[in-house]
Design a binder for this molecule. Structure first.
Ligand SMILES: Nc1ncnc2c1ncn2[C@@H]1O[C@H](COP(=O)(O)OP(=O)(O)OP(=O)(O)O)[C@@H](O)[C@H]1O
Ligand SMILES: [Mg+2]
Length: 353
């Protein structure tokens, strides 16, 4: 497996991103044919060029713990958030996709290859950042990332170049010759990301990359992941239980609960514009609420804003006139977007998920 990849598959040691148009090794292999679902139901059409596709995927661990329960989902290229509470089945799904864990039932394909029969090939095409700390303390980051680059099939010189490049990319260039055991948690997470990048992956699977980081560290890590997705054009699936932070960098979201699909959609659909107008004034919120009521609009208070149901274009005019007549200092008047997080809360969540 080592030293078999054509040179066009490597980053040439500089800042050039990977050649995404390059064929997969053995790239003439057609995608695996879709499997029929039990009971003869037709699986939903996969998104165009799905990088990941699962069909009725079920995993029951010994002890009768069902981690995945008939999960059918397709993941399009881009950055995808895999969202679910603790125990929802995110890590189980990732390990099945890597070909490291056999499903109990159903099928999964990654980049058109079957995870059960082509696990080794899939792992040469993927970068994986595991959720738990698994770094050897007594080697330097350079040694570690170079070693894993070699294991993923790169020749020695290329592996060294790629290690240097990946570590620079994650902001560890200065500290790359330090023993990993001396690193902070944030630096260790970055080494894990660097090793996932080093093998020239077409797809990154990142399992809770913000684990253990403080708020600033979480933001920095997410920005880094967002940049990798945008600059290198690598598809990324990033698992998290924190919707609020993940939605910033994702093109798509896959939400799972107790091993079942809640919803898979583009982030824009998740955050579709709602039929509510948010009005914010510096002072006189209660006064404005009264005035709108007198003009036939029922407004509710939400933190520092009034939410007014949009009945048509003239709602804007009524609100504008009420604010002007009361001479209130208007700071915001906009159609409100759903925050992804609120789609999973209470009644509203039930309506959308
Ligand atoms: N090796 C195992 N043996 C038995 N049960 C397991 C095993 N691994 C996971 N489980 C169970 O399967 C379910 C899903 O676990 P999984 O680790 O996939 O969830 P997760 O979404 O990654 O959770 P977290 O956010 O806590 O990492 C849980 O109920 C878990 O306890
Ligand atoms: Mg997990």
């Amino acid at each position: 497996m080592v030293d078999t990849m054509p040179p066009s598959q490597y980053w040439p040691g500089g800042t050039t991103p990977p050649d995404l148009s390059a064929a997969l090794p053995g790239g003439t292999t057609p995608p695996d044919p879709p499997a029929a679902l039990p009971g003869g139901t037709t699986p939903p059409d996969p998104p165009a060029q799905a990088v990941i596709q699962t069909r009725a995927l079920t995993k029951v661990y010994p002890g009768n713990v069902t981690a995945l329960d008939g999960l059918t989902v397709g993941v399009a290229p881009g950055v995808t958030g895999l969202i679910g509470a603790n125990g929802a089945g995110k890590s189980t799904l990732i390990k099945i996709l890597l070909g490291l864990l056999p499903p109990t039932k159903g099928q999964a394909t990654v980049l058109g290859r079957d995870c059960q029969t082509s696990g080794e090939t899939i792992r040469t095409l993927l970068g994986y950042m595991p959720e738990h700390d698994c770094l050897p303390p007594d080697v330097t980051a350079t040694e570690f990332v170079t070693h894993l680059g070699r294991m993923s099939g790169l020749p020695p010189t290329v592996a060294k170049e790629r290690a240097a490049e990946s570590l620079r990319h994650v902001g560890l260039h200065e500290e790359r010759y330090r023993l990993i055991g001396t690193y902070s948690t944030g630096m260790k997470q970055r080494v894990k990301l660097a090793q996932a990048l080093a093998g020239d992956p077409r797809l990154l699977l990142l399992d809770e990359p913000t684990n253990g980081l403080d708020p600033a560290g979480r933001t920095a890590m997410l920005e880094l992941i967002g940049r990798i997705g945008a600059e290198f054009g690598i598809s990324i699936m990033v698992a998290s239980h924190l919707l609020g932070e993940i939605e910033r960098i994702c093109d798509h979201l896959v939400a799972i609960d107790a091993g079942r699909l809640l919803r898979a959609d583009s982030i824009t659909s998740f955050t579709a514009v709602s039929e509510v107008l948010a009005v914010e004034v510096e002072e006189g919120l209660a006064q404005l609420q009264q005035e709108l009521k007198a003009r036939g609009l029922t407004a509710t208070v939400a933190q520092r804003a009034l939410l007014v149901p949009l009945g048509g274009d003239d709602t804007y005019d009524v609100v504008r006139d009420a604010v002007a007549d009361l001479a209130l200092p208007l700071c915001r008047l906009e159609q409100r977007r759903h925050q992804v997080e609120e789609l999973f809360r209470g009644d509203e969540g039930a309506a959308h998920v």
